[in-house]
Structure formats: C-alpha cells, structure tokens
Design a protein around this ligand. Structure first.
Ligand code: SF4
Length: 193
C-alpha cells in the first residue's frame, strides 16, 4: 500500500512553503486611511465582505504589529513624512497596497500640496484603480499580495534584508498579461527566453 499522510501520520514539505503559507494567510493590515477611499477599506473588513476569510481582519494601528500598509486616499506632502515614518517602523517583510486613483497617482488632485502617487516614497506592491475602488477590488489586491508571498519569498532572504542582491532574481513576480488569464515568465517578457 502506498504511504500517505493520513495513514502514516506525517507528511513532508519545505520550510519555505509552510512559512509562506502562514505568512500569506495572516497578513495584518496597517490602515492608512487618508480620505474617502478609507470608507471602502472599512467595508472590506466589515461583515459583508469579511476579510477574516483571508486571515486579514486584524487591522493594526501599531506599525510593530502590521506587515501590510494600505494607503487609502490622497497623500499631502505634509502627511507623506508621517506615513514614511510609520512604514520605516514596520518590521520586514512588509508590503504596500496603493488603494484608489489618489494613492496611486494623485488622482484628480493635480496640485502643489498632493504627492502624485505614494510610490514616490513607498515601494508599492499592488495598485488598485478606481475612485473609489470597491471592497472586492481591495480583496483582489490582498489576494495578489498573498500570491506574491507564496511565489516569491524565501526565509533564506529574511536574513539578507538590506544586503545587496539581484532585484530581478530576488523578486520574481508572476506577470499577468492585460487580458488577465495568461501568466508569462519575466524571462519571456524581457526577451531572454
Ligand atoms: S480615489 Fe476617489 S474615493 Fe479614493 S480618495 Fe481619491 S477621490 Fe476619494
């Protein structure tokens, strides 16, 4: 009889797989609610959309307990310094979602006081279009981050945070084509395959 996990009482896997599985299913968001998008972000955690299904209902208002910053709303230059300070206090590994047109690009606020996209001072992982994006879009962004963690991260790199490494080799996200259903490798995209 073939051995199996249920009869034998054990299974084998890789530490990376277990760690990434646990990490991806227990992201703790830091809600950086700055404007109207924040209302949709609240809906994302409320019972109707119930982000507890993805293990991320525990919004944390201390940077030391959060690993996913959701920037929701336009960012003034004055506020950008505070956001960056919060981000710097979050422990690695950590991720950022730019929620809505304003956080992603400044949106309609083409003026001297508003930063034209929070990627000017944060390493954004996922951008959500819309004004405002629906809570489903925020859940979709969360699932993109989960997939990124499962496919990309390795505990071997945890100790190397801050060290020099090849950004292409170290960060190999799946690239989705515009029609959304085909996944192509970065090598093919960059013409190396
Ligand atoms: S994208 Fe729209 S809903 Fe979101 S903060 Fe900007 S104006 Fe408000």
């Amino acid at each position: 009889m073939e051995p199996d996990a249920f009869n034998e009482g054990y299974l084998t896997t890789r530490v990376d797989v277990v760690v990434n599985w646990a990490r991806s299913n227990s992201l703790m968001p830091m809600p950086m609610g700055l404007a109207c998008c924040a209302i949709e972000m609240m809906a994302f955690a409320a019972p109707k959309y119930d982000v507890a299904r993805f293990g991320s209902e525990a919004m944390r208002f201390s940077p030391r307990q959060a690993d996913l910053m959701i920037v929701a709303g336009w960012v003034s230059y004055k506020m950008a310094h505070a956001i960056r300070r919060v981000w710097d206090q979050m422990a690695d590994p950590k991720w950022v979602i730019a929620m809505g047109a304003c956080a992603s690009s400044g949106g309609m606020h083409r003026c001297y006081g508003v930063v034209q996209g929070c990627d000017n001072f944060l390493p954004v992982d996922v951008y959500i279009p819309g004004c405002p994006p629906r809570p489903e879009a925020v859940i979709h962004a969360l699932m993109d981050i989960q997939e990124k963690i499962r496919n990309e991260y390795s505990i071997a790199r945890d100790g190397a945070v801050g060290e020099k490494h090849d950004p292409v080799e170290a960060r190999r996200p799946k690239i989705i084509t515009p029609d959304g259903d085909a996944v192509i490798s970065p090598d093919r995209l960059y013409g190396q395959e």
